[in-house]
Write a protein that binds this ligand. Structure first.
Ligand SMILES: Cc1ncc(COP(=O)(O)O)c(C=O)c1O
Length: 374
């Protein structure tokens, strides 16, 4: 039996999720793909939006579906019209893909990017934020949980600081949704993005955004696809579906989104999970190993821990663990560059736990790691 400690890459799908996708693919082969999609119309166009809305306490009208979290982020964020002289506040924990969209926009509009400082423990300096937010701040972007370490950022508290102001508030929930309770109403964000394949244990190729009406009203017009709009012989375009779905493309895999729906039905209530507890215990154990440096900034942890060794490269540790039946992931510092690369961490080993992780899994991991590093 393999021990899977790479949910932050992709979680393990359930048998039911896999069977759902197989059933859909078989129906497509037997009956035709468009015909199969029609049969699942209610699931794909109503239930999926309702379930995602329920998951994060959002209006289904604000939910849009994409094939990845990056697409969800860039399909919305990439269309924001900002102005030179405006300020965009990010954190050292921002994901590299988001930073790339951001720098593309910066080249276009010439706004200033400011990075929120951290306090001595690695938590975001919220006093700095309180002092810094003014009318020039166009947007504040915070990952709920970053890609390369398990800190849980205080997204609700930040929402309260921004409440009532004009700045848009963007939260990347790719690594939090499915393992932490998420309530976009309480967070008060304008954009929340997530991936289906990680802590929701859905299929690859699934992502979603929750985009508020306030955010949507500030987007530059862009492509509308045929599932939400019509065009006539005079080239007049009429949108016939309102809400965040206007951000999507029409073409998608029926099988993977039916798989996502199946995984949502089974996902345990995150309120009952405590991945942070397991990670904290694991980090303490890792610190007892000679030459290991753990990256677990901040006072509150989720199911992700990262570490490196002063002699054995991360790639070798990950490879040898895999050969011994334990999945972990070698991460690149450049994926969380403002935190990891800034500290000269070019690679590290990421270990991520979820509800299916047992004490025995962690013992196995630690035993194999000690053997590799001996
Ligand atoms: C924090 C964070 N945001 C965004 C992403 C991008 O997700 P996707 O690969 O689905 O585009 C990742 C991927 O690992 C991530 O960890």
């Amino acid at each position: 039996m393999r021990t899977h400690l790479n949910t932050a890459g992709a979680g393990l799908m359930s048998r039911r999720t896999v069977e759902t996708m197989i059933e859909v693919l078989e129906a497509e082969q037997r009956d035709g793909a468009y015909e199969t999609e029609q049969r699942y119309d209610d699931e794909l166009n109503v239930a999926l939006y309702k379930e995602l809305g329920r998951l994060v306490n959002a209006d289904p009208q604000d939910v849009a579906i994409f094939d990845s979290a990056t697409r969800a982020w860039s399909a919305t964020f990439g269309r924001l019209a900002l102005r030179s002289g405006q300020r965009v506040i990010i954190t050292p924990y921002e994901y590299a893909g988001n930073l790339m969209s951001l720098t593309t926009l910066q080249k276009r509009y010439g706004f200033r990017i400011e990075v929120m400082p951290l306090d001595g423990a690695g938590d975001l300096d919220l006093d700095w934020l309180r002092r810094s937010v003014d009318d020039d701040v166009a947007l504040v972007s915070v990952p709920h949980v970053p890609s390369g370490c398990g800190i849980v950022n205080p997204v609700e508290e930040i929402g309260r600081i921004l409440d009532g102001g004009d700045a848009l508030y963007v939260v990347d929930g790719c690594q939090s949704v499915g393992q932490l309770p998420v309530d976009v109403g309480r967070i008060g964000c304008d954009l929340f993005t997530g991936a289906g394949r990680k802590f929701l244990c859905g299929p690859r190729g699934t992502g979603f955004a929750v985009a508020s009406r306030r955010l949507r009203e500030r987007l530059t017009p862009d492509l509308l696809d045929l599932h939400v709009a019509d065009i006539d012989q005079h080239l007049d375009v009429a949108e016939h579906v309102s809400g965040a779905r206007g951000l999507e493309l029409a073409e998608r895999s029926t099988a993977v989104f039916m798989g996502l729906l199946a995984s949502l039905a089974e996902a345990p209530d995150p309120a009952g999970l405590d991945n942070g507890h397991l990670s904290t215990a694991l980090a303490a154990e890792l610190r007892t190993v000679d030459g290991v440096q753990v990256f677990d900034p901040g006072r509150r942890q989720s199911g992700i821990t990262a570490f490196r060794h002063d002699r054995v490269p991360a790639a070798r540790i990950a490879e040898e663990l895999r050969a011994a039946g334990v999945n972990v992931w070698k991460i690149a510092g450049s994926h969380t560059p403002l935190y990891l690369l800034e500290r000269d961490v070019t690679t590290a080993v990421r270990v991520s736990v979820h509800w299916y992780t047992t004490e025995a899994d962690l013992t196995r991991f630690m035993n194999e790691l000690r053997r590799i590093l001996a």
